[in-house]
Design a binder for this molecule. Structure first.
Ligand code: R5P
Length: 282
């Protein structure tokens, strides 16, 4: 078995290979003069683990090219982050179900797919090969433990993320809650924990994705006004679009961390062990 990866997942793939005591295939990536993506892979094994986060259209195409370059092997595809998963239904007439398009395209040439905290688990059913999802909730909990916070409050940004917050909190036996939005008038909205008070407490807001950071930045500002001592945030997928990281830091958030499903300099949580364990089990 060997590991091979796209440009966006080089560090994670190397760690997975290390955990599996195998090697990463050397791949040279470049572009044709017209901008088309090109790659040439080194020696392929009969059994390949292909790792590539889809963060944009180029990384999707590169991953498809990589799978084709491994077409003589039995391929397992690891999708640490899957862009387009949030468009998982037709919200308005005329829209595509983008998650279905990507899932079908990435099912070609692989025998199974493993995702990490996919935004909506229903998307797994759109792959035409068996697909399973891993969760880094416990790994985020272990990271929070290293912060040595006194009695932290783990907060989900909305009710939909409460199970995730519960799993994170279970690592340290911490209290958890979710933020609730109350419309005060036509303009103002208040965000506060639904049941617990943030006053004088360290709060950690946890989520699967931080994209624009808008929700968490607004929440952090309000939590400080409600007397929170410190606000931290941790997510699985650090998309950080439109200056989200600096926007969050500007609100006074003490620390913003993510995992390496999207490789960032603030990726302090790794999906490598979980991915390696899932591969070993199959
Ligand atoms: C939404 O359902 C997701 O779980 C995230 O809460 C959302 O994608 C975050 O978006 P943003 O960072 O743009 O507020």
């Amino acid at each position: 078995m060997k590991v091979i990866c796209t440009e966006k997942s080089q560090i994670l793939a190397t760690q997975v290979a290390r955990a599996l005591k195998t090697t990463v295939v050397d791949v040279r990536y470049s572009r044709f003069p017209d901008g088309e993506l090109y790659l040439i892979a080194g020696e392929i094994d009969d059994e390949m683990v292909i790792i590539g986060s889809v963060v944009d259209s180029d990384s999707l195409v590169q991953l498809m090219l990589l799978v084709d370059a491994c077409d003589r092997a039995t391929n397992r595809l690891i999708l640490p982050y899957m862009a387009y998963a949030r468009q998982d239904k037709q919200f308005k007439a005329g829209e595509p179900v983008s998650s279905r398009v990507v899932a079908r395209a990435l099912s070609q040439g692989v025998s199974e797919v493993i995702t990490v905290n996919i935004h909506e688990k229903g998307v797994l059913g759109s792959f035409t090969v068996p697909a399973q999802n891993l969760s880094l909730a416990k790994d985020i909990g272990s990271y929070i433990k290293t912060l040595r916070l006194n009695n932290p409050l783990i907060l989900a940004p909305d009710e939909g993320a409460i199970t995730f917050a519960e799993q994170v909190a279970s690592v340290g036996g911490w209290e958890y809650d979710h933020l609730e939005k109350t419309r005060l008038n036509g303009v103002d909205v208040k965000m506060a924990p639904r049941q617990l008070s943030a006053k004088s407490r360290s709060v950690v807001i946890v989520d699967d994705i931080i994209s624009t950071g808008g929700t968490i930045a607004t929440a952090a500002g309000m939590l400080y006004r409600q007397g929170a001592k410190d606000v931290f945030t941790a997510c699985v997928h650090g998309v950080f679009t439109g200056g989200a990281y600096t926007h969050l830091m500007a609100t006074g958030i003490r620390d913003v961390v993510c995992s390496d499903t999207i490789e960032r300099s603030c990726s302090r949580i790794s999906a490598a062990d979980q991915i390696a364990n899932a591969i070993r089990k199959h």
